[in-house]
Design a protein around this ligand. Structure first.
Ligand SMILES: CCCCCCCCCCCC(=O)SCCNC(=O)CCNC(=O)[C@H](O)C(C)(C)COP(=O)(O)OP(=O)(O)OC[C@H]1O[C@@H](n2cnc3c(N)ncnc32)[C@H](O)[C@@H]1OP(=O)(O)O
Length: 210
């Protein structure tokens, strides 16, 4: 069992907007950090200022990321999700829509902080994006689950700094197991990464509400 508590405070609109704004600034800071040409002295001075800001935020520290009141989908309460969560500076964040027929789609651009091979997206980042999109497609069947298997096929390098598309759909449900597949494609429409996955609704969630 995780040491992180499941019970979370639920943010009001004002606090969610303020923290989302904070996360956006930290995201910019992360990109500025990997791209800065500041010299050693300036980098050290900025590091001191950031340490002071971190101490200010840590003065009121929660045990786990908060939730917001979800809309249609229960999982949307997790605004610190590392793929789609606007509260998470690590997340691009990627807006993922689910159509009425269960197709998950999103458009996104990944910058320098997600670089793997020079000028291309890190393969683990692509896998993370696909895990989320395929997981949402699985959940759209009405049987949300944890990733049991995720297979990625990297057909060609995924470019940084250009608009990418992710798409996913569930293919079948077998009891607690849901199978899904999806792709990431480049602006020319060519698929760069394909994925298939199997999600399992944990036995413990069958009898308790997730
Ligand atoms: C929740 C809402 C989220 C909803 C949110 C959706 C969007 C979020 C997307 C991100 C999702 C993640 O990253 S999730 C995080 C990454 N994934 C994880 O950490 C999962 C860790 N693994 C587990 O917790 C567990 O092993 C589970 C839940 C996968 C299965 O546990 P279980 O429920 O106890 O399953 P169990 O009874 O043992 O087995 C049931 C059947 O599945 C098979 N089976 C079990 N595990 C596997 C496996 N890894 N690969 C293949 N097959 C497997 C068994 O052989 C058996 O087959 P048979 O006898 O029936 O033939």
């Amino acid at each position: 069992m995780s040491a992180i508590p499941m019970e979370r405070p639920v943010l009001g609109d004002d606090e969610a907007a303020a923290l989302t704004g904070l996360a956006a600034r930290v995201r910019e800071l992360a990109e500025a950090t990997v791209l800065t040409g500041a010299g050693a002295a300036e980098a050290a001075a900025v590091a001191d200022e950031i340490a002071a800001l971190t101490a200010r935020l840590t003065a009121e520290r929660r045990g786990a990321p908060p939730f917001v009141t979800p809309g249609e989908r229960r999982m949307d309460r997790q605004i610190a999700n590392p793929v789609s969560g606007p509260l998470n500076p690590f997340a691009p964040p990627i807006g993922l829509d689910v159509t009425s027929d269960g197709v998950v789609r999103g458009e996104f651009t990944l910058g320098a902080v997600y670089e793997g091979p020079p000028s291309y997206v890190h393969g683990g980042v692509s896998a993370m994006v696909l895990d989320q999109a395929l997981g949402m497609a699985a959940a759209a069947t009405g049987t949300p689950g944890m990733t049991a298997t995720l297979e990625t096929r990297y057909r060609r390098p995924t470019p940084l700094g250009v608009p990418l598309k992710v798409e996913a759909k569930a293919s079948r449900v077998e009891g607690r197991k849901v199978y899904a597949s999806g792709t990431i494609s480049a602006p020319d429409g060519r698929v760069t990464v394909e994925a298939t996955a199997m999600f399992i609704m944990p036995q413990r969630f069958v009898t308790s509400e997730y």
